[in-house]
Write a protein that binds this ligand. Structure first.
Ligand SMILES: Nc1nc2c(ncn2[C@@H]2O[C@H](COP(=O)(O)OP(=O)(O)OP(=O)(O)O)[C@@H](O)[C@H]2O)c(=O)[nH]1
Ligand SMILES: [Mg+2]
Length: 503
């Protein structure tokens, strides 16, 4: 019987299935984490080996499986998620999927939970991309072994052993030191005067400082606490001298970043080529250090008064086309946003979208929010924190059809530019404006009638001491009853995922 070293942050692996009698842990590895002292309090795991009663392991299975809307219609998806188990002092990396077998008609809803010491949970966030392939491989192996029926623990042991050995290997060479809260490095770069500092001030709602802004000197590093994570924003001066310095000392400035926002000033079309040349150099550096960093292009100063003009659309088109060319061989994940300090929400949306890319839980929260919204017939749903940062959103397909795509005739650009034009929807402008008013009040719920069939419903809820806001755009006030009926269920299925959103 093999063990996991006590000092490892990895505490065990549990495969749970939704059986005839509900959720149950089917396989537990290593078996030694099961204590037979069912009645005494085994939650005090300080110091010694990790041990849980079978009852506790059941809790892990029940909570993990309850995060899915497990119905029979959709049974071919798979998601990763991170959820907390404060009572056991662990966080769990969960993989959800349905197992197809030859002995049961219906696929079995299952979760593979990797239990990690709560105080070292940054291990999961920092290494998730390295962990995923191992998990998928192991899951495929398990599925194969139990295709004809549940087998003895012994038969699956080598598979679990392989998984834990791979995890231990990653633990030995971690990307970053292990800590409880995650540290994120976010870079803002681009030419001078392109709006980087203004972008950060707007997120912080320090509007008065926007006037008389001076050029940034060197690198201005600021610490923000967002969603429980320590976010360090690196506002890099765009002056020519500084740009050279950043490139020459790339290991300091560009290395180990989690996210890059690259700024291009739409009001300065003459310098676009200069800007793209710098952008190219940055990408070269990212590639050189073999980093997979999401990149968001912020096309700045697209103020409301010029947003719809042909000239602006033309410049946007040129920028996107050139960047797609640059990225052809590099194949980085690049997305585009149009922003303006005169519509705060364009900046909040761009910023939150970047952060959401760092959340392993984003897809699952979005999935649950979509199911909820589709069932009720909601047009737009958003989940925001107090700052107005969006954790999840949903747009009904009928509404998406109405959103104008500037480049509808040019297919290759369409997909990547999609996110840019979401913000053109006037409904979203309204949502944000109303949210701004709402958050100034201390009420928990409000209904705003924009027109007879344009209604905005806002509900405030507290999750781990943090106010969170659900915004719904509906065509009929009666939908509010349904929302009230099902919102508790949605919360039950997303609360823990929200708590572990990015940290
Ligand atoms: N019209 C308009 N002006 C903007 C916008 N964002 C920034 N500006 C203006 O552009 C100028 C430069 O903004 P900064 O935020 O200082 O630019 P930066 O990229 O930090 O510049 P460096 O620090 O020199 O690299 C300021 O005068 C801002 O007021 C915008 O969305 N619309
Ligand atoms: Mg600046």
């Amino acid at each position: 019987m093999r063990e996991i070293p006590e000092e490892s942050c990895i505490k065990g692996v549990v495969l749970s299935v939704y059986g005839d009698r509900g959720p149950e842990p089917k396989y537990i590895f290593p078996e030694s984490i099961l204590s037979n002292l069912d009645e005494c309090d085994t939650n005090q795991n300080e110091g010694g080996a990790f041990k849980q009663s079978l009852r506790d392991i059941y809790q892990i299975s029940i909570k993990s499986l309850s995060l899915l809307f497990t119905d029979n219609e959709i049974s071919d998806y798979n998601y990763f998620g991170i959820i907390p188990f404060p009572d056991f002092r662990i966080s769990s990396l969960v993989f959800f999927h349905f197992i197809k077998t030859s002995f049961l008609e219906r696929p079995i809803a299952s979760t593979l939970s990797i239990l990690i010491d709560e105080n070292k949970r940054s291990f999961i966030y920092n290494n998730i991309e390295r962990l995923k392939p191992f998990i998928l491989e192991v899951v495929a192996e398990i599925d194969e072994k139990i295709n004809n029926g549940y087998v003895d623990n012994k038969i699956l042991e080598p598979t679990f052993l392989k998984l834990t050995n791979n995890l231990l290997e990653i633990e030995k060479n971690p990307t970053l030191p292990l800590t409880s809260s995650r540290k994120l490095k976010i870079i803002l770069t681009g030419l001078d005067n392109s709006g980087k500092t203004s972008f950060l001030l707007t997120i912080d709602r320090k509007y008065s400082k926007l006037l008389g802004l001076k050029p940034t000197l060197g690198a201005e590093i600021k610490h923000l606490e967002t969603f429980g994570s320590h976010v360090f924003t690196w506002d890099l001066s765009g002056q020519e001298k500084s740009r050279d310095k950043f490139l020459n000392r790339a290991p300091i400035y560009l290395y180990d970043a989690d996210l890059i926002y690259y700024f291009i000033d739409i009001r300065d079309p003459k310098r676009i080529d200069e800007s793209l040349q710098f952008f190219n150099q940055i990408l070269e550096n990212i590639k050189k250090y073999e980093q997979e960093i999401p990149v968001l292009i912020i096309i700045s100063k697209v103020d409301p008064d010029i947003k719809e003009t042909t000239e602006i659309k033309d410049v946007v088109y040129q920028i996107v086309k050139k960047i797609e060319e640059i990225n052809q061989e590099k194949q980085l994940n690049i997305e585009y946003f149009l922003t303006s300090i005169f519509s705060v929400y364009t900046i909040l949306r761009a910023y939150s979208h970047g952060l959401s890319l760092l959340s392993p839980n984003r897809k699952l929260i979005n999935f649950n929010l979509s199911r909820f919204s589709e069932d009720i017939g909601i047009k737009i749903s958003m989940l925001m924190n107090e700052q107005g940062l969006v954790l999840a959103d949903f747009y009904s397909p009928s509404l998406l059809g109405e959103i104008k795509y500037i480049f509808s005739e040019s297919q290759p650009l369409k997909a990547s530019v999609k996110s840019v034009f979401e913000i053109l929807a006037p409904q979203i402008t309204n949502l944000y404006k109303i949210f701004e008013r709402f958050r100034e009040t201390d009420i928990n719920e409000a209904i705003y009638k924009i027109s007879p069939d344009d209604i905005i419903i806002i509900k405030k809820t507290i999750i781990e001491n943090n106010p969170m806001f659900f915004l719904f755009f509906v065509d009929n006030e009666e939908k509010n009853e349904k929302i009230d009926e099902f919102l508790p269920l949605l919360l039950e299925k997303t609360q823990d995922l929200i708590i572990r959103y990015i940290s």
